[in-house]
Design a protein around this ligand. Structure first.
Ligand code: HEC
Ligand code: HEC
Length: 314
């Protein structure tokens, strides 16, 4: 029987997953792969990874995404992941593990596993927690493709990337272009004499400053002066009885919407067709919405220009 490269790759993934015993996060993927593999080779044993030459490992066989997608992914990585996973993906200040030794990254094809971690977060016992991040589906795939591209360029598993060093000096933009962009796009919600006064002194590292403005959130040390109410996601629910209930959004899915009212009462409403009372309208207001949109609007130039401007605000 002719073994396809992809199949051999999957076989190796299984051996690794099994060997490393990370069942919690990988059982579904693992059993799906097992089923696929068994349907091809059953009843042959699965434990023969040494028979397969190491040279065909995924970094050599995985088809890389287009340069455009990888660039997009790098932008997302730099702004949202770097603070925790490091500029070279090998772990960062804020507790993220080495992504170049990650079984999840190894087992990921084109973002389906990495995307799930981004969307749902991850909390393995004994590890700091990775919070769920608001990243669009396209950007989740792009950042996964970027991670695979770095992996493909590295010289050995967990070793340094053999390609060019990742740019560490990030203050490379044009500050006056950044100022113009800031005046157009940011002053509706921020002010240089108010919340962003001396922002560069409050966030002295240019890298953290960039992460903070792109994500709309200071990683590590939350802004001690910001009113938490400013970040609150609010919801207004209108019922068929005419009652209007509003408060801080708890949860919204296909089945229900829940909230806490300002007097601290928890309310939840079924969205089933026959629910009584019927929910006739839901209005959600996320103050961070603009920052979520920015993530898919800004390109490298804008990012560098705005950062170059913000670092002048000592
Ligand atoms: C606030 C810090 C933080 C940020 C931001 C963050 N991560 Fe994580 N990440 C973590 C931590 C901590 C873990 C380990 C969680 C665990 O195992 O319980 C983790 C785990 C992961 C894993 C699984 C690694 C493994 O094999 O166990 C992947 C993949 C990952 N992160 C990708 C990303 C990507 C992509 C981004 C950006 C879109 C990102 N992370 C942003 C902290 C972060
Ligand atoms: C529609 C409103 C809105 C717009 C427009 C907006 N932001 Fe924000 N931004 C927020 C909110 C809300 C927060 C979170 C609350 C806070 O930390 O002040 C935030 C947080 C931030 C933070 C973190 C502040 C800190 O002290 O930790 C920075 C920096 C920032 N935004 C920069 C920008 C820049 C630069 C732009 C323009 C490119 C921009 N924002 C556009 C609403 C907005």
């Amino acid at each position: 029987m002719q073994l396809s490269i992809k199949f051999i790759f999957k076989l190796m993934v299984i051996s690794l997953l099994t060997a490393c015993g990370n069942q919690e996060t990988n059982t579904a993927e693992q059993s799906q792969l097992l089923t696929e593999v068994q349907s091809v080779v059953a009843p042959a044993p699965l434990s023969t990874p040494t028979a397969i030459p190491f040279a065909i490992f995924p970094s050599q066989t995985r088809e890389l995404a287009s340069a455009e997608v990888i660039d997009r992914g790098e932008t997302v990585y730099e702004s949202l992941c770097r603070a925790c996973h490091g500029g070279d993906l090998r772990g960062g200040d804020q507790g993220g593990p080495n992504l170049l030794r990650s079984q999840i990254v190894l087992g990921d094809d084109h973002g389906e596993l990495i995307g799930e971690v981004i969307q749902n977060g991850l909390s393995n016992p004994g590890m700091p927690e990775m919070p769920p991040l608001q990243v669009s589906a396209d950007d989740r795939v792009a950042v996964a493709e970027y991670i695979h591209s770095v992996w493909a360029n590295q010289s050995g598993q967990g070793g340094p990337p053999s390609g060019e060093e990742i740019e560490l000096d990030i203050v490379v933009g044009d500050a006056s272009a950044g100022e113009a962009y800031f005046n157009q796009q940011c002053t509706g919600c921020h002010s240089l004499t108010g919340d962003l006064q001396s922002i560069a002194s409050k966030i002295p590292s240019a890298e953290n400053l960039q992460n903070s403005w792109v994500a709309g959130r200071r990683w590590g040390a939350p802004n001690p002066d910001a009113d938490p109410a400013r970040r609150q996601i609010r919801v207004i629910v209108t019922l068929s009885t005419g009652e209007i209930v509003n408060g801080e959004l708890g949860r919204r899915d296909d089945f229900l919407v829940s909230l806490s009212t300002d007097s601290g009462q928890y309310r939840s409403f079924s969205l089933q067709e026959n629910a009584k009372p019927q929910v006739v309208d839901i209005e959600i207001n996320n103050p961070m919405q603009r920052h979520i949109e920015l993530l898919s609007e800004i390109n490298d130039d804008i990012m560098h220009n705005v950062t170059a401007y913000l670092v002048t605000l000592k």
